[in-house]
Design a protein around this ligand. Structure first.
Ligand code: SAH
Ligand code: SF4
Length: 377
């Protein structure tokens, strides 16, 4: 535990197999510097930016407002690359999961969850996770490294490709939101996540508003303030327990940043107000954290915080040792929270049949042998 957000574990190449560099993931400023080095005027960088992030093109040949010699020069030096799809699955409920292979062979998962007239993309921030929340499958994965900005924004670009939405008007799209709730702890890879989200939010490119982005953290207190100041995205906090004793066990990071500290950081999260509440995620574990007394204690903890509560039925995985609370229990718990004035929707599990639901993500190639898995659980 405790890998710092700057740790760069096994940094992968940002170049393609043939040595050309990937333009995806470069900030606007970096792209401008690249163009300046080629002797091009600053507006060329702007044109490129729009082709890459607004139109989603992957070939320089398609950039019709650039002169042919420049397109050739660019093609010799650069690529516009996404991670490759190792495996794609679609759930009976329309949820899609892509297992992505990265340049160094590591794998991560991205999930698209469509609704009637919108939809969220659940994006990963790390290969695996260094934290070991007891109920989370990702936490049992051994191999961990931070994703590069290109690998994070690449997930969003690949989803746009797969959904065929680049040319659609915004109101017709089914990928309208991003939730940083895939594999990994985003605030342990803050720099790269921030770089990717700044690209996503840029109005001349991918153009997703910060109001449509939610970052979920298990409670990396020292990074929360900065995240709010610099990115100002919606915050979700994985609470899951109302006493330090239980949270120490379920979310071991609590031993470092206990509840009082975490809730203080929430109280001072920049941009949190009654119009823009912090979401508290609470996984419902049968007989563990789901009593009426827990619900009442939760309400007391959240006093003075502009909060809403998201109740997540536990999604089982082999060897987890936990069960999902009954629907009746979840409803009773939710009613107490709601009576206290907090909205408390129950998150409908999506894509369970393809193991795409919260906490089920884990790359195939890195599953532990059953014996070790039991030891971890
Ligand atoms: N690392 C971050 C974001 C990824 S996890 C975090 O922990 O917040 C996204 C959400 O799924 C978290 O709230 C997490 O606690 C929850 N989760 C993990 N395992 C789960 C499971 N088996 N069933 C339901 N929710 C789970
Ligand atoms: Fe990591 Fe989040 Fe899973 Fe905990 S719940 S192990 S922080 S991905």
């Amino acid at each position: 535990m405790g890998i710092h957000s700057h740790a760069n574990l096994f940094a992968p190449p940002t170049t393609s197999a043939d040595g050309r560099r990937n333009l995806v993931g470069m900030s606007k400023e970096m792209l401008a510097r690249e163009m300046a080095a080629l002797g091009e005027k600053p507006f060329r960088a702007k044109q490129l930016w729009r082709w890459i992030y607004k139109n989603g093109v992957t070939e320089f040949a398609a950039m019709t407002d650039l002169a042919k010699p420049l397109r050739d020069t660019l093609d010799k030096a650069y690529v516009i690359e996404r991670p490759t799809i190792a495996h794609a699955q679609e759930s009976a409920d329309g949820t899609r999961k892509w297992l992505l292979r990265l340049a160094d062979g590591h794998e991560v998962e991205t999930v698209h969850i469509p609704e009637d007239d919108r939809g969220a993309l659940c994006v990963s921030s790390q290969v695996g996770c260094t934290l070991t929340c007891r109920f989370c499958h990702t936490g049992t994965q051994r191999l961990v490294r931070n994703l590069e900005p290109a690998e994070i924004i690449g997930q969003a670009m690949l989803a746009r490709d797969q959904l065929g939405e680049w040319a659609l008007p915004h109101e017709d799209r089914l990928f309208t939101n991003i939730v940083m709730m895939g594999m990994g702890e985003p605030l342990y890879n803050y720099e790269n996540v921030a770089a990717a989200l700044k690209i996503v939010m840029d109005g001349e490119g991918f153009s997703l508003s910060r109001r449509r982005i939610t970052l979920s953290t298990s409670g990396v207190v020292p990074m929360m303030q900065r995240c709010g100041e610099e990115l100002n995205v919606n915050l979700a906090v994985s609470l899951h327990a109302v006493t330090d004793e239980l949270r120490d066990e379920l979310v071991p990071l609590n031993r470092k940043y206990p509840l009082a500290m975490l809730l203080d950081a929430c109280r001072s999260y920049p941009g949190a107000n009654n119009a823009r509440r912090i979401t508290f995620e609470y996984v419902m574990l049968k007989g563990v954290n789901d009593s009426d007394a827990d619900a009442r204690a939760l309400v007391r903890l959240l006093r003075d915080i502009p909060a809403k509560v998201n109740l997540i039925p536990f999604n089982p995985w082999p060897g987890s040792g936990y069960e999902t609370s009954s629907k009746r229990r979840i409803d009773a718990f939710g009613a107490i929270v709601m009576d206290a004035g907090y909205s408390s929707p129950v998150r409908t599990p999506r894509g369970r049949d393809i193991a795409a639901a919260c906490g089920q993500l884990k790359s195939e190639s890195q599953r532990l042998p059953a014996r070790e898995r039991l030891a971890v659980a």
